[in-house]
Design a protein around this ligand. Structure first.
Ligand code: IFM
Length: 450
């Protein structure tokens, strides 16, 4: 099959996604305050090989060069996030003008180069000062978050049209406040449940602030999602899969649509009601202009009586003999089609953008080239599934590759490289991989054999 970007129609938005903490570096430059990730990465044992993102891709100093490269690659939409502590070093109160100026310069340069910035307001780097007050477990975060957002929209609302309130709440709350493997490293239901509820309320309060200040803005938020299948047709596995689906795919989207938390399937989370106050149900609802979905893989779920609360476990792809990426995630292109169909079936979703999709493979630099055919195939196969969904009538109107530059992959440090562009972290040299050249051709409407 030959697929070209033209098959998706003129208005379809193609882009690349990034996040501040993963690329910016300059972690103490020009008055930036510490975030929970600056703190978490400074503790031995938290991150593979002791990596941190103090310098990362040094995007803070090199953004013009990187945007020039984006332009060369024909990329018209650039998803990035704001580092809250560059703007408010203590999370609230005192404004750091130099941080604000940095984002003005960045947006100005994007616009000058004909690249549309799509901005995520929160991609996990909570101000450490706010974590000391309980972070997402403290209900006051709804107001801290709303104030931060209101400030950003007043500052940048004339330059940025597309805003995303949060990135993958299930991941930052699950990994950061239940499993403790991401910042701030908290564990257990006692942290998880209030964090879920406050993130849900803050997401709605944030969206309301954007709407009130910038009526022309397009507002969305982004959800991680994985296609879930039971290990077998046995009822126990089927029920286990239903629970995991509710936890990973439904917990955060459904309250925003006015459907409440999926507690019927997730009885273990019933205690969340302890944190719910009168009026919260309706305050969780948001009339988003679009929903971002971020899909990488599928998960196979098995009944597991010894696993507390959920009695279910994921069967690792590596034990299933299937093709995987360097993250150990199964390569399963139809999964993105299934998730697009699933989200499209919610009647109140107006538009879907695939705000992340991509893969980490074992890239090797040889003679100044990175030949990453596995990534090219991954992207082609997933994009073909997005087209299949679109042809079925799914309201999908954009696709962003995760990610532009190799960068800091959270707990895995710099080991998994997801970029279309290779980064030599010693010299900060950029080398466009074969996948980057493929995307450039693809965006140039050159039909390519699939
Ligand atoms: O790197 C992350 C990103 O920050 C959020 N979505 C998934 C990506 C790959 O793990």
């Amino acid at each position: 099959m030959i697929i070209s970007s033209a098959d998706f129609g003129k208005g379809f938005q193609w882009g690349v996604s990034t996040a501040a903490y993963q690329i910016e570096g300059a972690y103490q430059k020009d008055g930036k305050g510490p975030s929970i990730w600056d703190q978490f990465t400074s503790v031995k044992g938290n991150i593979q090989s002791g990596h941190h993102a103090n310098n990362a891709c040094d995007f803070y100093h090199r953004f013009e060069q990187d945007i020039d490269l984006m332009r060369y690659m024909g990329i018209k939409n650039f998803r990035l996030s704001l580092a809250w502590t560059r703007i408010f070093p203590e999370g609230r109160g005192r404004v750091n003008r130099k941080g604000v100026e940095f984002y003005h310069r960045l947006f100005d340069y994007c616009l000058e180069m004909g690249i549309e910035p799509w901005v995520t307001l929160y991609h996990w780097d909570l101000p450490y000062a706010l974590e000391l007050k309980g972070g997402w477990t403290n209900r006051d975060i709804i107001y801290w978050f709303q104030d931060y957002i209101a400030f950003c929209i007043k500052q940048f609302g004339d330059k940025v049209k597309h805003w995303m309130i949060m990135n993958e709440p299930m991941v930052f709350v699950g990994a950061g406040y239940f499993l403790g493997v991401h910042a701030p490293g908290k564990k257990g239901l006692g942290n998880f449940l209030p964090a879920v509820h406050h993130a849900t309320l803050a997401q709605a309060a944030g969206a309301e602030a954007v709407r009130a200040i910038a009526s022309h803005a397009e507002i969305g938020t982004t959800f991680s999602c994985s296609y879930i299948e039971p290990y077998s047709h046995r009822m126990k596995d089927v029920n286990a899969a239903i629970k995991v689906d509710a936890l990973l795919n439904r917990l955060f989207i459904e309250p925003t649509l006015g459907l409440g938390y999926p507690l019927k399937e997730l009885k273990a989370l019933n205690k969340i009601e302890k944190y719910v106050k009168a009026g919260d149900e309706s305050n969780m609802k948001v009339d988003f202009d679009f929903i971002g979905i971020q899909n990488y893989t599928r998960e196979i779920v098995k009944f597991a009586p010894m696993v507390p609360l959920i009695r279910a476990k994921l069967v690792k792809a590596r034990n299933r003999g299937v093709k995987t990426t360097l993250m150990g995630w199964e390569v399963f292109p139809p999964g993105i089609y299934k998730m697009l169909k699933k989200f499209d079936a919610y009647s109140d979703i107006k538009k879907i953008i695939v705000t992340e999709n991509g893969a980490a493979f074992n890239d090797t630099l040889s003679m100044n080239k990175v030949i990453d055919e596995s990534r090219v195939n991954y992207l082609k196969d997933h994009i073909a599934q997005v087209l299949r969904a679109k042809k079925d009538g799914v309201k999908v109107e954009g696709y962003f590759v995760w990610t532009f530059l190799d960068n800091f992959e959270w707990a895995e440090g710099y080991h998994p490289r997801f970029g279309l562009v290779y980064v030599d972290f010693q010299t900060q040299q950029r080398i466009v991989k074969s996948s980057g050249l493929w995307y450039k051709n693809f965006l140039g409407h050159n039909g390519l054999a699939n």
